[in-house]
Design a protein around this ligand. Structure first.
Ligand code: UD1
Length: 343
């Protein structure tokens, strides 16, 4: 059983990935500073898989904490790095926090890989690196555009750091995964997305509106150059996304990588507008979402969706969940939060 370190493993994508890793037979060690999650998530993971992952509460920007972790859990073969700050708007106001958290974490991990014999690192990047694409769908070769937020810039810089380190002759590999818009929750409703405060992202705002926590959902703009005027994204089921990480880890540990750095888009290949998504949610769940059209949100991209062919062919991974099932999973998770008295 290979041991994998999952940083940020109690977060939204991290927790779903821990479940898939355990179900694929890996032993998982989580490190998380609980800045945007809580330790109950470890219980949720255990309820799904029957196995409690090792959990270290700590901050990856502190190299001493990581050194101790590698000493306490010897033989870590792979790292999946989810530990990062991720709110686009907040990053504009707190750039130092974003650069420090996201870049120091990565540098510390890269620094400790060789001395600890770690064979590979999977890095969570984002479609935000493509900015407003000239053409859709975007392939991994589509041009990287100047980042419009410190958050987006940390993703671009991180990709460059990994490239430089690997090209310097490092004895490990990396898989960079560019996520499109992860949504939904585990079908068990034991884990899901739990944003602090007022959600900034569409789906948590939508489900909180559907359940009555928020009065109405604001649709940011209906005057874009799209068929219905609202923005288009590629919404990818979080469990499908999590499975891609298992495939990426296997590739590196089993020496199947074609290059020391491989980059994959993780999306469905389907562009869906905000208004279409509201419709899909309503028809899948039978629950109405009060909404109104408001002005555009600063910094929003008009349309972006993935060409996932490389991930499909090379990684052997494909998004398989329907958007209806994904919307039902998001709704069931929201219902579960109410049942538990969380919100
Ligand atoms: C953005 C980034 C993504 C980043 C994510 C983290 C891009 C293309 N994507 O995703 O890399 O990881 O933030 O937060 O830059 N919307 C509404 N009403 C709402 C909320 C959202 O209409 O209350 C709309 C937005 O205008 C957008 C869509 O829903 O068209 C999705 O928004 P959101 O969930 O915030 O994700 P992105 O902005 O696409």
């Amino acid at each position: 059983m290979d041991r994998i370190l999952v940083t940020g493993g109690t977060g939204y994508i991290g927790s779903h990935t821990v479940v898939e890793l355990q179900q694929a037979g890996y032993e998982v060690v989580i490190i998380d500073n609980l800045s945007n999650s809580n330790r109950d998530v470890v219980d949720g993971i255990e309820r799904i898989t029957g196995v409690r992952p090792a959990f270290v509460e700590g901050d990856c920007t502190d190299i001493g904490t990581l050194r101790k972790l590698f000493a306490d859990y010897p033989g870590i073969k792979g790292i999946i790095n989810f530990a990062a700050s991720k709110a686009v708007g907040e990053s504009v106001h707190k750039p130092i926090l974003y650069y420090r958290n996201n870049l120091n974490t990565l540098l510390n991990l890269l620094d400790l890989m060789e001395p600890n014999g770690v064979k590979g690192i999977v890095f969570s990047s984002s479609c935000t690196v493509y900015g407003e694409p000239d053409e859709n769908p975007v392939t991994e070769e589509s041009p990287i555009k100047k980042a419009t937020s410190p958050y987006g810039n940390t993703k671009q810089i991180s990709e460059e750091i990994i490239t430089d380190v690997i090209n310097s002759g490092a004895r490990f590999k990396s898989v960079i995964l560019r996520y499109f818009n992860p949504v939904g929750a585990h079908p068990s409703a034991e884990i899901g997305e739990l944003p602090n405060g007022v959600p900034q992202n569409l789906i948590p705002y939508l489900t909180q509106t559907a359940i009555g926590i928020r009065k109405e959902l604001s649709v940011f703009g209906d005057d874009y150059n799209t068929p219905d005027g609202s923005c288009i994204r590629d919404y990818i089921n979080v469990v499908d996304l999590a499975k891609a990480h298992v495939a990426a880890v296997e590739r590196m540990l089993q020496d199947k990588s074609e290059d020391k750095i491989e980059i994959f888009n993780l999306g469905t290949g389907n562009g869906v507008s905000v208004l279409q998504l509201i419709n899909v949610f309503e028809s899948a769940t039978g629950v109405k979402v009060p909404h109104k059209i408001v002005g555009r949100r600063d910094g929003d991209i008009e349309k972006v969706w993935a060409d996932p062919e490389r991930a499909n062919k090379v990684l052997g991974w494909k998004a398989t969940s329907s958007l209806e099932d994904t919307m039902r999973s998001a709704w069931n998770w929201q219902l579960k939060l109410r049942e538990r008295g969380v919100m």
